[in-house]
Design a protein around this ligand. Structure first.
Ligand code: FMN
Length: 154
């Protein structure tokens, strides 16, 4: 079974930089950074392992606060449109990763379909940034968002 100790043994055999994927708690984020991770991927693996797990977007702000600004953070799981990318950046991600979205594009239209996925994402990100009055992703912060509790949505 995988453990942080087993990972330490593996890392001792290499000087390559590495990133930890599947980080969903502040505790694991701190442990990964202390173990030498160069970057983190906040991810619930697309909900494919524990489908009742909380969303990676929910976990992101606390993890960013815990590790500070210097550790690059990627986020994945559930990115489907440009607004999702904007939310992730506003909550502290440096980059996002797409999984099934890329697969959907490839399935629907091969290389052309995949290119279209990136075109749509780019257009949507530009639209959302414009509507928020932000010039670029670098201008995003948590003030761009409001939190709506699920039980307040009619
Ligand atoms: C068919 C499939 C296989 C995957 N296999 C792995 C895997 O072996 N290891 C892993 O860390 N994540 C795996 N993932 C999760 C992806 O790396 C990624 O975290 C996830 O797809 C992101 O969520 P999204 O699909 O909603 O964008 C897999 C995802 C899919 C769809």
């Amino acid at each position: 079974m995988w453990s942080w100790n087993r990972l330490a043994g593996l890392l001792a055999q290499s000087t390559l930089p590495w990133m930890a994927k599947g980080i969903m708690t502040v505790e694991d984020a701190r442990t990964a950074v202390a173990a030498g991770a160069s970057a983190l991927v906040v991810s619930n693996h697309g909900g494919r392992q524990l489908d009742g797990q909380r969303a990676s977007l929910e976990a992101l702000p606390g993890i960013r606060d815990a590790v500070g600004p210097a550790i690059p953070i990627a986020l994945d799981s559930g990115i489907r449109r440009g607004a999702d990318v904007v939310k992730a950046i506003a909550l502290g991600a440096d980059v996002v990763i797409i999984g099934r979205l890329a697969a959907y594009g490839l399935t629907a239209g091969g290389e052309t379909g995949l290119s279209r996925v990136f075109e749509l994402l780019s257009e949507e990100i530009t639209t959302v940034l414009t509507l928020l009055g932000r010039g670029s992703p670098a201008d995003l912060d948590r003030g761009a968002l409001i939190r709506v509790e699920a039980d307040t949505v009619c």
